[in-house]
Design a protein around this ligand. Structure first.
Ligand code: FAD
Ligand code: NAD
Length: 470
């Protein structure tokens, strides 16, 4: 069938409305540029629809359920549940989570509209560096643009020997399960595996994590991984490191795993959640018809997010590690500023990384080993939450805050923390690094009492050699 192609033109075309794309579009629209953003699914991308937000909603619900269920165990507070039993109806939890996602979808659409951005729903395909064909419910549309921002994000990686299906699922399906699986095997002990593995363990699943590396959370240093491992064990989660997933057992009832000692084991499983990383989404939008230079499998960009093609920019997961929403947003905003005529380049002092396990993990800047391997002589201060009044009062004594600084001038190079609720400390950590703080700046800042944030000040005091509360 020959369908008529509508056509429109704009200053900026954004392909993909994830955090990177929608942030770029909003900023460019606010600057008065004529912007069209193309999205095949719902505004908000992976992050809002099947990533950051829904996972944090389930993590929160799981913690509420687990805390209530365990209220009478290890209970110095005198809580009694009476004779009532505590149950979870996961389908209701999922409805609640979907409600949050729907509100945020509408919120992003509203922000785009307010900034004067046109949202075109459909799958875009670049015909050349200035033209995109969009196929959706209606007739195909041709969009001509002065500037293009590629923001198609990333997709789940699968294992060849363990294809996705009813039993073998990715994070997307895990975030939509309406029944708690009795036995859940998680392949990959990184971000998603441990965040969702912890949530399902709290919902009541018997969880077994299979991790290829010799320690969990290989993106973080071992000392942090140890604290998380301890907590996983106390939740009843089994962790096999140095192990690799092979294939489903002959009767499909479990996963065959090669263990570190060379033996093989079948792990019984109702569901197998495969979380072995994500890869840039390079298929389906005409990447091959463009002249884009690649680097390590991602689209190569410079510090202005320019690709190898004139007037074609790329941002977010498409462009490399760390594949995090806040990096995508920062790049999106930066490109819009550049297109609006501002001199900008992407050169953050650090990009915070957080893993929402229990306890949570934060790392901003260099770990002690990374600092040493870059040739720095370091001063390190570490303060345990066991010596922090607020943490004690909140039964959150596990973990620590650690500050890594240059020994010669006390410039802070990195800050790490593991502990309950430390995700919220990442703002202070990031600000310290971005402002070029010295140990004295942190130590000399009055930190409110009682807060877990005091552990940051204490860690800085420790690195200076005069801790107060330890
Ligand atoms: P995406 O969010 O992937 O958006 C790309 C968009 O482009 C999608 O909406 C897609 O439909 C659209 N698109 C693709 N191709 C086309 C096309 N041809 N035409 C039209 N539209 C197209 N990061 C964090 O920082 N914190 C977290 O807590 C966190 N948790 C996560 C939890 C999970 C389970 C997952 C999977 C990821 C998580 N992430 C988290 C990572 C985060 O989601 C990504 O880093 C972020 O979404 C990347 O943003 P982006 O704009 O580059 O791409
Ligand atoms: P990941 O890179 O965090 O973890 C993958 C893990 O799988 C690694 O530990 C790796 O060693 C292991 N692995 C790889 N192959 C394996 C195999 N065959 N058998 C056993 N283990 C294997 O990836 P992810 O958890 O899939 O998350 C993808 C990305 O999404 C992350 O890198 C991150 O960028 C983003 N994310 C971020 C957050 C957050 O910021 N809180 C949360 C979720 C996801």
């Amino acid at each position: 069938m020959n369908r008529k192609k509508g056509s429109k033109s704009c200053d900026v075309l954004v392909l993909g409305a994830g955090p990177g794309g929608y942030a770029a579009a909003i900023r460019a629209g606010q600057a008065g540029l004529k912007v069209v953003i193309v999205e095949g699914e719902k505004a908000g991308g992976t992050c809002l629809n099947v990533g950051c937000i829904p996972s944090k909603a389930l993590i929160h619900a799981a913690s509420r359920f687990h805390q209530t269920k365990m209220a009478e165990r290890d209970n110095p507070f005198g809580i009694s549940l009476g004779s009532g039993s505590v149950e979870i109806d996961l389908s209701k939890t999922i409805d609640w989570k979907d409600g949050i996602v729907a509100r945020l979808n509408k919120g992003v659409e509203g922000l785009l509209k307010k900034a004067g951005v046109e949202l075109v729903t459909g799958w875009g395909r670049m015909l050349d560096g200035k033209t995109c064909e969009v196929s959706g419910k209606d007739d195909p549309v041709l969009i001509h643009a002065e500037h293009v921002i590629l923001a198609t994000g990333s997709v789940t990686t699968s294992l060849q020997s363990l294809p996705f299906g009813d039993k073998v699922i990715s994070s997307t399906e895990a975030l939509a399960l309406t029944h708690v699986p009795d036995k859940l095997v998680v392949v990959g002990g990184g971000y998603i595996g441990l965040e969702l593995g912890t949530a399902f363990a709290k919902f009541g699943s018997e969880v077994h994590v299979v991790e290829f590396a010799d320690h969990i959370l290989p993106h973080y240093d071992r000392e942090i991984g140890k604290v998380v491992l301890q907590s996983l064990k106390s939740l009843g989660v089994t962790v096999s490191t140095g192990a690799s997933a092979k294939h489903l057992s002959e009767d499909d009832s479990g996963l065959v795993v090669a263990l570190a000692d060379g033996s093989e084991e079948i792990l019984p499983a109702d569901k197998i959640l495969v979380t072995v990383g994500r890869k840039p989404r390079l298929d389906g939008w005409g990447a091959k018809s463009l002249y884009l230079t690649m680097r390590d499998g991602f689209i190569a960009i410079n510090d202005k997010c320019q690709t190898s093609m004139t007037d074609v920019y790329a941002i977010g997961d498409l462009t490399g590690e760390p594949m995090l929403a806040h990096r995508a947003i920062a790049q999106g905003e930066l490109v819009a500023d550049i297109l609006a005529g501002k001199p900008r380049r992407f050169d953050p002092a650090a990009i915070p990384a957080i893993c929402f396990t229990d306890p949570e993990v934060v790392s901003v800047g260099l770990s002690p080993d990374e600092a040493t391997s870059r040739g720095y002589e370091t001063a390190i201060g570490q303060f345990p939450f066991a010596a922090n009044g607020k943490a004690m009062a909140g039964a959150a004594e596990t973990g620590f805050v650690r500050v890594v600084a240059r020994k010669d001038n006390n410039l802070v190079l990195g800050i790490q923390a593991v502990g309950k609720g430390v995700a919220e400390l990442s703002a202070a950590f990031g600000l310290a690094l971005e402002m070029g703080a010295r140990l004295e700046d942190i130590a000399g800042t009055i930190h409110a009492h009682p807060t877990q944030g005091e552990a940051l000040q204490e860690a800085a005091l420790g690195a200076l050699g005069h801790p107060l509360h330890i």
